[in-house]
Design a protein around this ligand. Sequence first.
Ligand code: SF4
Ligand code: SF4
Length: 342
Amino acid sequence: MRRTVAFTKNARNVFFHILTGCNLRCVHCYINPEQHGHTMLDTETIKEWLALFAPRSRETNVIFLGGEPTLHPGLPEAVRHARSLGYHSVTVDTNGYLFHGFLSKTSPSEVDFLSFSLDGATPKTNDAIRGPGSHAACTEGIRNAVALGFSTSLICTVSSLNLHELPRMPALLKDLGVARFFIQVIGLRGKAGAKGAELQVDRTDWQSLVPRVAAETAALGIPATFPKVFLDLDEPFACGGLVAENYFIFPNGRVYRCPLCEDYPWHSLEIREGRLLPREGITEMNFFSLNIPEGCVMARLIQPRGETGPDGQAARIACCLLKEKEEKGPWARKHGDSAPGM
Ligand code: SF4
Ligand code: SF4
């Protein structure tokens, strides 16, 4: 059964990039050092910043990312600190290398989800995107995590380079014992943005393949989530910056509410001297309330060429935070649906 996942209005999601460094050089990496810096936060600063977003009245989920967050030796301590502050769920997004013996220094009771990134069913396709040996490292990391009792999810970023292997992913997920599948669309950000149309998946390919693969994954008992991307004419548009509460924190102190704004100095908040402060002047907040026929203002600004719908009108693009989910049977969801758009 497929349903559009509405923005979660009673939860806050904190996407915390604790460093920007990474051992890989993926062709679609969304980290933009010019905008996000080269810093690795020290563990005490991570704890202080976690406290700034700690749950008060609302359920709050934290997702640790990078760069590669397991390159940070203080990650297990940061995970424990998030727990002690009352975060509802803790997720770690990893490329699978699991540095510093991460699995042995934390436990399934501390980490709700370990989320692995793999961009192809085969080493040939994945490694062409993510680097030599990365398929083997990631799948080994997943197997080790599953054997230790961690709940795992897998994120596949779909582009023109790997679309053909998407139908092979459900069987691989089943074999690996992955609990949830997130399909992401190639972004308009970072290195992918610079490569432009070359990596993009067109509307017809996306709509004919992605929902079908999600349904096949769900039929295996693995819930699958994918971005809505294209809106039909009668579907309502909503901007996640207005109706959801997501924070994307970078180690240089920038805090964004919209992932598509991350390539620009338009963050609406910043952390300075340990305080979370709103920014003056033009920020992403100015875009959220603009109402244009094409839907998302940022998608329109970044990709002015746009897409054309079957009626010849410009396609309406959904907020990149809006996801659809295929699932079979009950699924105990904690943060789940709020993977950032790529
Ligand atoms: S996409 Fe992730 S794993 Fe790949 S280079 Fe960027 S930070 Fe590293
Ligand atoms: S992606 Fe578009 S619709 Fe979503 S928060 Fe950003 S500006 Fe709003």
